[in-house]
Design a protein around this ligand. Structure first.
Ligand SMILES: [Zn+2]
Length: 113
């Protein structure tokens, strides 16, 4: 199975009652993973809350969720051999134009020097 990347949602996404997410990061920072990955091409990660805001406007708990998500992405990218830079929004409004994408990317420590 080859994944093309990660799709990021937040829980104000209206399709939340449709197909489940592969990984759910709750407001208190816990990761719940689905028993099976649902999409053969992308791994879906959902952050609980509304993340259509710039990083400065997020609370401490939300910043922690982003940090947990970034570590999860690093872990999954290693496990499934996907670039951790291949992050995509679900739609124009999910997780939104203001979503702080830069906070989700941890560059591999041996790069960018
Ligand atoms: Zn979505």
């Amino acid at each position: 199975m080859t994944f093309e990347g990660f799709i990021i949602h937040h829980s104000s996404c209206t399709s939340i009652n449709g197909v489940g997410y592969d990984f759910w990061i709750s407001a208190d920072g816990f990761i719940t993973s689905a028993p099976l990955l649902t999409d053969p091409s992308h791994i879906h990660i959902c952050l609980e809350g509304n993340f259509n805001r710039s990083y400065d406007l997020l609370g401490a708990a939300e910043k922690q969720q982003l940090f947990i998500a970034s570590k999860l992405i690093m872990e999954l990218s290693r496990q499934y051999d996907i670039s951790p830079l291949f992050l995509y929004p679900h739609t124009n409004t999910c997780p939104g134009k203001e979503f702080p994408w830069n906070e989700l990317v941890i560059y591999p420590s041996h790069g960018y020097h």
